[in-house]
Design a protein around this ligand. Structure first.
Ligand code: HEM
Length: 530
């Protein structure tokens, strides 16, 4: 017995010694590689395996700004073992944001761990699609739908109808009470995006009103829209998990495995939910007589494209229709891309208008000049382009707080960026906010000054303003988003006084996958006419 324990103690101590030697060798090798890397750039010192993840702020946008202030416009960060080059000046990103479809930077994030394929997303939809052929196909279908005049005109009608709906809840809620504005905006854009995507009426604003009217104490069943929204948000968060974690960790570490399964089930739920909607709509279309026009929501446009009832969309010489799977992936991206981005953009603007009365007055004057005194004069589609000052306000707010602050791209081939040669596969992060705040492009960058956007397009260097990204993957929903933001703000400000509940409240926001405003409580009171 004693012999066995002696033997075991030798083995254990040997094992420990071997592990210690192995670990020391690995660490030495890791730092040897690190200190002899090509193109060393400034940046925080990484540690083996985790890189700089332990130093990261959970608010990545804030972290990016802090690092840019410390290390300059081009620096490096290790997210786990992977080296990323972070860029924060317009000229550094010029090659990345070229609009040519031969761009070297088509891929946002390669599916290195196979997580996107597991979620059936690596060659679907747009944003994480790594396959240029399916991407081109989806992109053309979606762009043609979202940019069609009929779609945009219906989107304007829808925004105004939804506004009439939420103002009725505000009136019932009582004008003397505060509104948690970002929460209202998320519901507002959930409803309008749902109708414009599926043709169905959603009830997120109504459900939210009911919830606050009952003082949050009621335990009623959540509305279908809320259930969908929760699945959508879970899906958005799950993407980071599937992109960043290798299958070994996702499948064999118990707590991660639970998430892995939960996220996959969540995606299955979303797929089934959308398939049901697609099939219902298909059968409605079949039952609608050929000579009766169909409403221009995304779903109808995608179903009917390249049929006798829809637009024609030619991609790489083909005029084929979209499969149900393709339609559902694209719808999912419209929901994911369109709700939180637009809702938070409006919240930021309302904060700036509350805290800058001189610009609010000019906006009100613009409304008066274009639409006159009567707040009931209908807002026409053609009026929207006349709102030049509002346009400048929207841009200036997005310059200071872009809804999306950071975006990644991967080099497909060797390339030179920032005067250095980089190998294919190098990952670049663009810090849009860093560019927006860069003194090389902007005078007094921290100041809210919409007039800087009225000095003519030439006054702003190329890629110095990137509210919607740029190049071949520029946001396909940008015209729709601006239309909704304008229509909502015009409707709000022409009829109501909008004030911060606490005039000294600071602007609070946190970056998750978009820049979220929180604790923005406002009071909305009808204007006294006469
Ligand atoms: C104010 C609102 C919005 C902002 C600030 C915004 C911003 C962005 C940004 C920065 C990108 C990355 C572009 C790039 O890689 O260069 C993007 C991509 C995208 N956005 Fe938006 N977006 C908004 C609204 C919308 C809406 C309403 C939709 C609905 C269709 C949408 C759908 C998408 C999609 C599908 C992509 C991926 C495009 C691709 O990879 O080809 N976005 N958006």
């Amino acid at each position: 017995m004693a012999l066995v324990s002696l033997l075991l103690s030798f083995l254990t101590s040997d094992w420990l010694t071997v592990s210690a030697v192995f670990f020391a060798t690995y660490v030495a090798w890791y730092y040897f590689k690190y200190f002899t890397r090509a193109n060393p750039l400034p940046g925080p010192l990484p540690i083996p395996l985790l890189g700089n993840l332990l130093q990261a702020n959970s608010d990545f946008a804030l972290w990016a700004d802090t690092l840019q202030e410390k290390y300059g416009d081009m620096f490096e960060v290790y997210l786990g073992p992977q080296r990323h080059i972070w860029l924060g000046r317009a000229d550094l990103v010029e090659k990345i944001y070229t609009s040519s479809t031969k761009s070297n930077y088509f891929i946002h994030q390669p599916d290195s761990h196979g997580g996107l394929a597991e979620l059936d997303m690596a060659d679907k939809g747009l944003v994480l699609n790594c396959n240029i052929h399916t991407w081109k196909f989806n992109r053309k279908f979606l762009t043609q739908s979202l940019m069609s005049k009929n779609f945009l005109k219906e989107a304007l009608e829808e925004t105004i109808t939804r506004f009439t709906e939420i103002e009725s809840y505000w009136a019932k809620h009582g004008y003397n009470k505060e509104l948690d504005f970002p929460q209202w905006m998320t519901r507002f854009f959930t409803d309008s995006t749902t109708t414009m995507t599926t043709g169905r009426k959603a009830t997120a604003s109504f459900a939210y009103y009911q919830q606050i009217a009952k003082n949050n104490n009621s335990k009623s069943e959540p509305a279908e829209t809320e259930v969908f929204l929760n699945h959508l948000l879970t899906w958005e968060y799950s993407m980071k998990f599937f992109v960043l974690l290798p299958p070994f960790l996702r499948n064999y570490v118990p707590i991660l495995y639970n998430y892995n399964e939960k996220y996959k089930k969540n995606k299955e739920w979303l797929d089934e939910y959308l398939f049901r909607i697609i099939r219902d709509r298909k059968s409605e279309i079949e039952k609608t007589p050929e000579d009766m026009s169909l409403r221009s929501n995304v779903l109808t446009l995608l179903i009917t494209a390249n049929t006798s009832r829809g637009m024609s969309v030619e991609v790489e010489g083909s005029l084929r229709t979209m499969s149900e799977k393709e339609i559902s992936s694209n719808m999912l991206e419209v929901f994911a891309g369109g709700i939180e981005t637009t809702a938070n953009s409006v919240s930021f603007i309302v904060y700036y208008l509350c805290t800058h009365p001189q610009y609010r007055r000019r906006f009100l004057q613009e409304i008066h000049d274009i639409l006159g005194d009567d707040p009931n004069t209908p807002l026409q589609f053609e009026d929207l382009d006349k709102f030049i000052f509002l346009d400048a306000i929207i841009k200036e707010s997005a310059r200071l707080n872009p809804a999306i602050s950071l975006f990644f791209r991967t080099a497909a081939e060797d390339d030179t960026i920032g005067g250095m040669k980089w190998k294919a596969g190098t990952m670049f992060f663009t810090n849009f906010h860093g560019i927006h705040m860069n003194k090389a492009h902007w005078k007094n960058p921290k100041e809210f000054n919409p007039d800087r956007f009225l000095e003519g397009a030439d006054s702003i260097p190329k890629n110095a303003f990137m509210q919607f990204g740029g190049g071949m993957r520029i946001c396909p929903g940008r015209i729709w988003a601006i239309l909704q933001i304008k229509a909502l703000l015009i409707s709000l400000y022409r009829k109501y006084e909008v004030e911060l509940a606490d005039k000294n409240a600071p602007l609070k926001h946190v970056y998750t996958i978009v820049n979220h405003v929180y604790d923005l409580n406002i009071k909305v009171t009808p204007k006294v006419v006469g």
